[in-house]
Design a protein around this ligand. Structure first.
Ligand code: GTR
Length: 429
């Protein structure tokens, strides 16, 4: 490593350590406060849920309402105009084994519009329609591959000056195991999350949120949706498009989100039942981790660092996690009976691996209403020992990241559950 690079790394580590030190972050299991989780199956009127039907008709809507009004904000009911344009279609991608397709999404309302580009890779060796993984990338479609035909994501220039190292192709290709995904018979559809809501509070004006009726740049209502809500909404628009693609099996759509996108993926999965498998990779605070443990990142820290992620009414729980009417095991349970998979990384204490695991464990009672397989013990599994029932979990060695190991587990999980064809919801009508 060059001297300057070492120096920069040291400075960055010191800045990170000092910011975290000021915030008084707890990384000590013995300091986790005693807590009582809000009840999953107890309705507001005190009744206990005993059947899947009662869960769906009574309790589930109550929890959806609480997550919308107290945490992620309300997804607007109204529509904006969306059009799609295929920009490229290349059957020779990935050394000829895949077709890459780039599609421009234009979101508009009157004269105002924003644009996004979806990048798909579809296996050329297909027997019929193929399952698909949907997921946002952080640094632009160009960052996921060195393929020079891949266009830059439209909003990327708003967050990173051209010339910044993040403009380099393939700078996050290690997070996108395209070859393996294609070899295993899956398509993949990715978009830069900045195209939906550029991830800075001052860039809301360039987000899809700004296109919706009632948007006021000078005033945010307490329950108004923000970036996480918008990212979740955007992933559903990706499905709308995939439904027009003849190669894609729309009964086999998985969403995989890392970190802040893990939070958004869980919220998307709760709202849109077309996601049959929902995967949260190292999603941490506001994702899979239980707030009440106050381990690693907390409500106050996240609301201060990212004031544009959650709805404003969520701020009332800064340092008062015990007053939250929900906790994250309930978010995971909203995905039932579709499959949910939570993944942690051993060194990612900021995201509270144990809190992520426990939320998956405590989502169990709802899955059991459907007769599904839940996590049997509140003891965390050893490293690299995945749990692969209807609620999946693994913890791997290493840091906050998406590794090939993670993708392998997600592909195994998808293979197992998509082949069972058990990922739809029963009808109680
Ligand atoms: C961190 C944030 C986490 C997580 C992460 C990421 O700075 O505190 O909640 O979302 O970013 O998205 O990589």
């Amino acid at each position: 490593m060059k001297k300057t690079k070492i120096l920069t790394t040291v400075i960055l580590c010191l800045v990170f350590a000092s910011t975290h030190a000021q915030q008084n972050v707890n990384y000590d299991e013995s300091q986790v406060p005693a807590y009582i989780l809000p009840e999953l199956l107890k309705c507001r009127n005190g009744e206990m849920v005993t059947t899947a039907e009662q869960w769906e008709k009574q309790r589930r809507p109550e929890l959806m309402e609480l997550f919308a009004s107290k945490m992620y904000g309300r997804t607007p009911a109204g529509d904006i105009d969306i059009s799609y344009e295929i920009l490229t279609d290349n059957p020779d991608a990935l050394s000829g084994k895949a077709t890459s397709r780039q599609v421009k999404f234009t979101f508009s309302n009157g004269n105002k519009k924003t644009e996004a580009i979806l990048l798909m890779y579809i296996p050329n060796m297909r027997k019929g329609k193929v399952p698909v993984f949907v997921g946002y990338n952080f640094k632009g479609n160009h960052s996921t591959t060195t393929d020079t035909t891949i266009l830059h994501s439209p909003a990327f220039r708003l967050v990173k000056e051209p010339g910044h190292p993040d403009w380099e192709r393939g700078n996050q290709a290690n997070r996108w195991s395209y070859d393996m995904i294609i070899d295993r018979g899956y398509a993949v559809a990715t978009m830069c999350y900045h195209d939906i809501f550029p991830d800075k509070p001052e860039l809301k004006e360039y987000s899809v949120v700004s296109l919706f009726p009632g948007y006021d740049p000078d005033k945010t209502a307490p329950e108004e949706w923000q970036a996480i809500g918008a990212w979740a909404w955007g992933s559903s628009r990706i499905i709308d498009f995939l439904e027009t693609q003849e190669e894609i099996d729309t009964n086999k759509i998985a969403i995989m989100g890392h970190s802040r996108q893990g939070k958004a993926a869980l919220w998307a999965g709760a709202q849109d039942e077309r996601f049959r498998i929902v995967i949260s990779n190292n999603s941490g605070c506001g994702g899979a981790a239980l707030f009440r443990r106050k381990f690693g990142e907390t409500a106050e820290i996240i609301n201060k660092a990212f004031p544009h992620w959650f709805c404003e009414s969520f701020r009332q729980y800064n340092n008062k996690e015990e007053l939250l009417p929900v906790d994250q095991h309930q978010l995971l349970a909203l995905i039932a009976p579709r499959k949910v998979y939570v993944a942690s990384a051993e060194e990612d204490l900021w995201a509270d691996p144990r809190g992520e695991f426990l939320a998956a464990y405590h989502a169990g009672p709802v899955y059991r209403l459907y007769g599904l397989e839940t996590i049997g013990s509140d003891e965390m599994p050893a490293l690299h020992t995945p749990i692969t029932g209807d609620i999946g979990y693994h913890i791997r060695a290493g840091k906050h990241d998406v590794k090939e190991y993670d993708w392998k587990r997600y592909l195994d999980f998808a293979d197992a559950h998509f082949s069972k064809n058990s990922v739809t919801r029963p009808s109680f009508k």
